[in-house]
Write a protein that binds this ligand. Structure first.
Ligand SMILES: [Mg+2]
Length: 315
């Protein structure tokens, strides 16, 4: 690992660049490059106390979509209601029009597969990690300076670790030119070249009108899975293997964005620019991703043991 991992150094028990407790190569993931050097295990088992009561997403399948989020107004084009007088119109987040895809729900097939019992794999495998930018890896203090940002602690080392361990896609609702600039600051050119997709606002299927409004941008993972370049990045793509809910994690500060695949979301607290943010959030996500890479069905695992930042975590 290059200089990007330097942020982890000096923390006992947490190496940051030694991802797995096993150095055995996983024959099911030929592109996967485990570290050459064994280090002490920091593999964190999730205690049963962190198994949370689960949201019953089946309710979403019955509710009219415009009843599901009281904070966001909905629906098609001219019928879209506007924010009440006195609120800042520009800050109001609205639902995308039906022409832009509307509000997605998880499919019954998705929910059924996420309800299977999870199984631990004998070896870790390559997984698809989809990473958000604003609120997750960084904070942009001013919309007038869209490429000026404060990095979340460990953002560069976390991203470098992911890029060099898993398959990474970056997906932000920011405009593509801003996404490009932010990635250029967060990633070395070498690591940037390993990212399989850098998606921005132009990858949500939004109408021209919605593109320029503050609409809620739903990250439908199916769009990534069906993208030819992303699909081809699966280590066993030649054998017909695909990225799917069993091998994908979305890291995002917004639960809404993951509405269509809720049990693939690692929801982390929104980063609002506190450079001294406590809690080692991204290192904890790092450990959780390692756990996910050992799971046969990530959606089933995450449904039972969702990520929860531990305020007592230390390195
Ligand atoms: Mg965000």
């Amino acid at each position: 690992m290059g200089a990007g991992s330097a942020g982890y150094e000096g923390y006992a028990g947490y190496s940051g660049n030694m991802p797995f407790y096993s150095t055995a190569f996983n024959p099911a993931a030929p592109n996967f490059n485990p570290p050459q050097q064994q280090n002490q295990s920091f593999y964190r088992s999730v205690p049963p106390s962190q198994t949370h009561a689960l949201l019953d997403y089946s309710m979403f399948l019955q509710m009219p979509s415009n009843m599901q989020n009281p904070d966001a107004t909905t629906t098609a084009g001219s019928r879209r209601s506007r924010s009440p007088k006195g609120t800042n119109q520009r800050d109001k987040i609205i639902q995308p029009s039906l022409e832009s895809g509307g509000v997605p729900d998880p499919t019954p097939e998705y929910l059924a597969l996420a309800s299977h019992p999870p199984f631990l794999l004998a070896q870790p495998r390559n997984i698809l990690v989809v990473v958000d930018l604003n609120g997750t890896l960084l904070h942009r203090p001013s919309r007038h300076s869209p490429t000026r940002f404060v990095e979340r602690p460990f953002a560069r080392s976390f991203l470098s670790y992911c890029v060099n361990t898993f398959t990474v896609a970056i997906w932000s609702s920011a405009r593509p030119e801003n996404v490009k600039n932010m990635c250029a600051q967060l990633l070395t050119p070498e690591d940037r070249a390993k990212v399989v997709a850098v998606w921005g606002r132009n990858n949500f299927g939004l109408t021209k009108g919605d593109y320029n409004l503050r609409v809620l941008c739903y990250k439908r993972l199916t769009a990534l899975w069906n993208d030819p370049a992303v699909a081809a990045s699966h280590p066993m793509a030649a054998n017909g293997e695909k990225w799917s809910q069993v091998n994908t994690v979305l890291v995002d500060d917004s639960v809404d964005k993951a509405r269509s695949e809720p049990f693939n979301l690692v929801q982390i607290p929104e980063f609002v620019g506190n450079a001294q943010e406590p809690g080692f959030v991204l290192p904890q996500v790092h450990d959780y991703l390692n756990e996910c890479s050992q799971q046969s069905n990530i959606s089933a695992y995450m449904k039972g043991q969702p990520f929860k930042a531990n305020p007592e975590f230390s390195m």
